[in-house]
Design a protein around this ligand. Structure first.
Ligand code: SAH
Length: 364
């Protein structure tokens, strides 16, 4: 018999006790199980880690976001106290680079308090190290709802893609929820719920209502997006969300597993792979706007970073550095349009209280 990891043993125990498991429950356990989850137990980032995110590619990313935040603060009327909230800060690199860059805006730096929303104790320890000694107060929370009320600038990079997705599959009898079972050979495998989901078709955008048999539809709970919208609308806030995904709701499976820079089967070694799925920006914007916030974008990351002046920043860094080729390579990774670059795949949306106007980078 196979020796299963403690998390796989727990998943199997739940399936045996309760029947096949929804994809969202599987994903939530794999990423955030307090004892064995991927984020809760390891540091997945960086060149030697499983994947690399924009702030880890180059300091330019966090610096530009910091300056964007300083400009937004002015647009908000320069409130005396402002919360800089980051959802899923990873290693804390973006915030560290942003706080260094905003030394040029001392009034803003004096007004801000950092609030980090993080589930992982391992990553929280990294964030503490990254932000140590920079003279700005930093607090940690398990959820956005726990951050004290008041004017806020909220930032999230690659946070929404890590939130659990549900999947449904079209059969001749309708749309069935996709679940995970133990198959006849004893492996974790996809299956479908026996009964179709009533009226599922009517909830889909009209162009998606006549799919082929076997088509897959993915969706996330709107809870996190709605909480973000509530903060922006009720507390005169602004939010910036960057992630990879599609601008229109569509069909297709995007759930993927990555370990050590390679794709893997999401049902193998649960808890030791990063599981993500594309962000449906159309659904995200709808959920945030439902709470009364105004949405801007989505625009491509390449456009956004160019409008914030990344090329100028790269030129300045190159003039002072012996590592010009490295800086060019990082620039290409952040704004390039080829398959390995982030410029086109990653999208940027902003949300603002209706009195605040268009955030920097989003003017037509
Ligand atoms: N923004 C960082 C890290 C992205 S990875 C970067 O760009 O490098 C996703 C981050 O979200 C990690 O810090 C992870 O621990 C955190 N995270 C994942 N699910 C979460 C949840 N449900 N609540 C809070 N944080 C979560």
């Amino acid at each position: 018999m196979n020796e299963h990891s403690p998390l796989e043993a727990e998943i199997r125990r739940r399936i045996v006790a309760g029947g096949p498991m929804p994809v969202s429950e599987y994903m939530a356990l794999c990423l955030c199980d307090p004892a064995h989850g991927y984020y809760t137990t390891q540091d997945p980032f960086g060149a030697r880690g499983d994947f690399i995110t924009a702030p880890e590619v180059s300091q330019m990313f966090g610096e530009l976001i910091g300056l964007w935040m300083a400009a937004v603060w002015k647009q908000m009327g320069a409130p005396e106290n402002v919360r800089l909230i980051e959802l899923g800060p990873g290693r804390g690199t973006m915030m560290k680079d942003a706080l260094r860059a905003v030394q040029v805006a001392p009034d803003f730096r004096a007004a801000l308090v950092v609030h980090l929303v993080e589930v992982s104790p391992v990553l929280q320890a990294q964030q503490e190290k990254a932000l140590e000694g920079n003279g700005v107060p930093v607090f940690w929370h398990a959820a956005l709802g726990d951050v004290p009320k008041g004017p806020a600038i909220i930032f999230a990079n690659e946070f929404f893609d890590a939130l659990p997705v549900n999947q449904a599959i079209k059969t001749e009898r309708g749309w069935h929820e996709r679940r995970i079972q133990i198959d006849s050979s004893g492996q974790l495998a996809f299956t479908i719920a026996p009964e179709p989901i009533p009226f599922f078709q009517t909830l889909l955008p009209p162009p998606l209502r006549a799919p082929r048999v076997g088509a897959i539809f993915e969706w996330r709970a709107d809870t996190a997006a709605m909480e973000l919208g509530r903060r922006v609308a009720d507390d005169r806030g602004v939010a910036l969300v960057i992630d990879y995904g599609h601008t229109e709701t569509g069909l297709g499976e995007t759930l993927q597993a990555v370990g050590q820079h390679a794709y893997a089967d999401p049902l193998t070694v649960p808890g030791s792979l990063d599981l993500t799925a594309h962000v449906d920006f159309h659904a995200l914007v709808r959920a945030v706007e439902a709470m009364g916030a105004v949405g801007f974008g989505p625009i491509e990351q390449s456009h956004f970073l160019r409008r914030l002046g990344i090329e100028h920043r790269a030129a300045t860094l190159k003039a002072k550095s012996a590592r010009a080729a490295e800086i060019d390579q990082a620039l290409g990774r952040l704004v390039g349009h080829n398959r390995n670059a982030m410029g086109e795949l990653f999208k940027v949306v902003a949300f603002a209280h209706r009195a605040i106007g268009v955030p920097p980078g989003f003017a037509a």
